[in-house]
Design a protein around this ligand. Structure first.
Ligand code: HEM
Ligand SMILES: [Cu+2]
Length: 657
């Protein structure tokens, strides 16, 4: 009995045998001990619970999303560097095939679902309510629940690294490879449950922000007065609402195939693996637009702030964002032109894909015209924006090349594709979110990030990016295919691969600069006292940084676009500032531990499903249901902030009142 247990723990449960993983296991264990020690020593447990784990404040939830996503960027980045080391020279024996398969899978999943998505949600949370003059999102409790579902889902996915083994069937896990027969291990189950749990959180966030935008705008703010970032959030969240249910269902069917021996995606008993591939891309293609649309919004804000001009072509920008969101649902089959759907189907999807280039091009011209004759300041957010434009244009054009169905028979699954999607994901999404992070950082924390170190990071990222990925276009044309861990000497791929690996390490250095930049800026903290760090145009800059819990002491009255800029112009012309209505008590939601606890029970149930341990599944699911019941019957969920307290807080934050 005891021997059986030992056998199970050492052979199946813990991942053993690999020195790299052993090292990480020790590092993880030490970090956990260190965190527990620090929290206990400084008596911070209560603070952690009351201020953070139970918070429903959109700003704090946003900060937690951003911290989590930067940690995930680190992990995904280490995965990327390991792969680039293996590929630097022919026939290296650094990562063996199984291990390489696991690493490209976890890298892809983590970068898209656990890095890009939470970084995006972090920015939504922090910025959107402030920009539309709201005191929180429409459903603050649901918002906290979304975050913790994401968090525990990501934890479930990440533990597979040390427990049970990582998934290894690619970031979209096509059957039959991901079926029980060909992937009997638990890695694939960690994939299903980790993504499923966090995906439900993402769906809820999408619904929450659509409701927030439609119902919570400041008095007088018409939809067509909203800042462009708010429009991009709307476009992205509408896309989430229609795309994420497809993911949930698809993963559930895959689960049924594996768990109950159903045959949705097997050729025998009437199923079809192509159905999975269609379904997963019906979510997967919109997903990449979900993450790029907000970046377009960020660039629009940054460009008009730093060129000190109104955004050029507001209406066409809105139209472009919303039409991309719709069109993104009609292009999915361009991911498998080679799978034999026939010429007519391929032609349809080739054309829809090409059409997307039109609204995208419109936006690029709008940004250029906004900059034209502007008085541009080259602060870090603006640098990221300027670097993004050529990078995204090249990435987009290689995308159009890929959309030519017959040509794709050559490009498909080659390094040409790898270079293309990294160019739009790094040059578009990552650069975009960095621009946003640098731009809104002072609003978030009340101090700016050190510009000098930021510029070093910027140049290392940019040069590293081109050095890493430009050679991969050529390698792709030379025939190098993706998802291979080694190649022969006589292929002639060696020189370009070395260059590419050097580029990857330059980006690694860039990341170190960013960590240094944050540490340095905290150490030599220069408080930003005006609340308006960049001479901004939209409402978030009209309140102190960091904003008080209730954001706006009085809900702003809006008429027209760029309300804060207009107000500053009026004052500069010597006109009276708009009269202030009297303060009123503010209605706020109360903190709650339920989102954290309920999501933890989902983690327990998910872990039970992974190992098929009914003794764990049942209490896990029961915990979820009990949490729902408790919440349904609790009525003490809100409170009022009194006028005196608002006056005190405002006096403290604004100096005098
Ligand atoms: C920071 C620099 C990065 C480097 C050096 C890098 C490198 C790589 C490498 C070497 C592969 C595997 C190629 C193969 O063997 O098939 C890969 C795959 C992938 N990467 Fe990255 N990557 C980076 C950033 C990103 C980012 C930011 C994202 C997404 C936001 C991303 C998403 C993906 C995806 C989805 C895959 C496909 C995984 C699969 O084949 O299932 N990568 N990357
Ligand atoms: Cu696509």
């Amino acid at each position: 009995m005891l021997n059986d247990l030992k056998d199970f723990l050492l052979n199946d449960f813990f991942v053993t045998g690999d020195p790299l993983i052993l090292g990480s296991q020790v590092a993880i264990a030490l970090s956990i001990v260190a965190i527990v020690f620090v929290l206990t020593y400084f008596k911070k447990w209560k603070w952690l619970w009351t201020e953070w784990l139970t918070t429903v404040d959109h700003k704090r939830i946003g900060i937690m999303y951003i911290i989590a996503s930067l940690l995930m960027l680190f992990r995904g980045g280490v995965d990327a560097l390991l792969m680039r080391v293996q590929l630097a020279a022919p026939q290296l024996e650094f990562l063996h095939a199984d291990h390489y398969n696991q690493i490209f899978t976890t890298h892809g999943v983590i970068m898209i679902l656990f890095m890009a998505m939470p970084l995006m949600f972090g920015l939504f949370n922090i910025v959107l309510p402030l920009q539309i003059g709201a005191r929180d999102v429409a459903y603050p409790f649901l918002n906290a629940l979304s975050f913790w579902l994401f968090f525990w889902g990501a934890m479930l996915f990440n533990v597979s690294f040390v427990i049970g083994g990582s998934p290894d069937t690619g970031w979209l896990a096509y059957p039959p490879l991901s079926g029980l027969q060909l992937s009997p291990g638990v890695g694939q189950d960690f994939y299903i449950w980790g993504i499923q749990i966090s995906g439900i959180g993402s769906l809820a966030t999408g619904i929450n922000f659509v409701a927030t935008i439609l119902k919570m705008r400041a008095p007088g703010m018409k939809l067509m007065d909203m800042p462009m970032f708010a429009w991009s959030v709307l476009a992205s969240c509408v896309t989430i609402m229609f795309a994420f249910p497809i993911l949930t269902v698809t993963l559930f069917l895959l689960f049924l195939d594996r768990y109950l021996g159903a045959h949705f995606f097997t050729l025998d008993a009437g199923g079809n693996p192509m159905m999975y591939i269609n379904l997963i891309w019906m979510w997967g293609h919109p997903e990449v637009y979900i993450v790029i649309l907000p970046a377009f919004g960020i660039f629009s804000e940054v460009v008009s702030t730093f060129a000190r001009k109104k955004l050029f072509g507001y209406k066409s920008m809105v139209f472009a964002l919303m039409s991309i969101s719709v069109a993104s649902f009609f292009t999915w089959a361009h991911h498998f032109f080679t799978m034999g759907s026939g010429a007519n189907v391929n032609a349809f999807f080739a054309i829809t894909t090409m059409i997307i280039a039109i609204p995208t091009g419109v936006k690029v011209f709008n940004w250029l015209f906004t900059m034209f004759r502007g008085r541009i300041t080259f602060s870090t957010p603006m640098l990221w924006t300027i670097a993004f434009i050529p990078c995204f244009v090249i990435g987009g054009m290689t995308g159009v090349l890929l959309s030519v169905a017959p040509a794709d028979f050559q490009f498909h699954n080659s390094y040409f594709l790898i270079a293309h999607f990294h160019q739009v994901l790094i040059g578009g999404v990552v650069f975009g979110y960095f621009a946003g992070l640098y731009y809104w950082w002072p609003k978030l924390f009340g101090f700016k990030l050190h510009e000098g170190l930021g510029k070093w990071a910027f140049w290392f990222w940019n040069i590293g990016f081109y050095v890493c990925f430009m050679p991969q276009y050529v390698l792709g044309l030379m025939g190098m295919t993706r998802r291979f861990n080694e190649y022969d000497f006589d292929m002639g791929w060696q020189p370009l691969n070395i260059v590419s690996t050097v580029g990857a390490f330059l980006m690694g250095i860039a990341f170190i600069f960013q960590v240094w930049q944050i540490a340095h800026s905290i150490k030599f903290l220069k408080k930003e006292k005006t609340g308006d760090a960049w001479d901004g145009r939209t409402l978030e800059w009209s309140i102190p940084s960091p904003p008080p819990v209730y954001n706006f002491a009085r809900l702003p009255q809006v008429s027209g676009r760029d309300p804060w800029w207009e107000e500053k112009q009026r004052i500069a012309r010597g006109e009276q500032p708009s009269p202030l209505p009297p303060l009123e008590p503010i209605h706020m939601p109360k903190n709650s531990g339920i989102p954290f606890i309920m999501s933890f029970f989902w983690f327990v149930a998910g872990f039970g499903f992974v190992w098929d341990w009914k003794w764990m599944i049942i209490p896990g699911l029961a915990g979820v249901v009990i949490c729902m019941l408790i919440r349904s019957f609790s009525y003490d969920t809100d409170y009022y902030i009194s006028v005196e307290e608002i006056e005190r807080t405002e006096a403290k934050l604004r100096g005098a009142y």
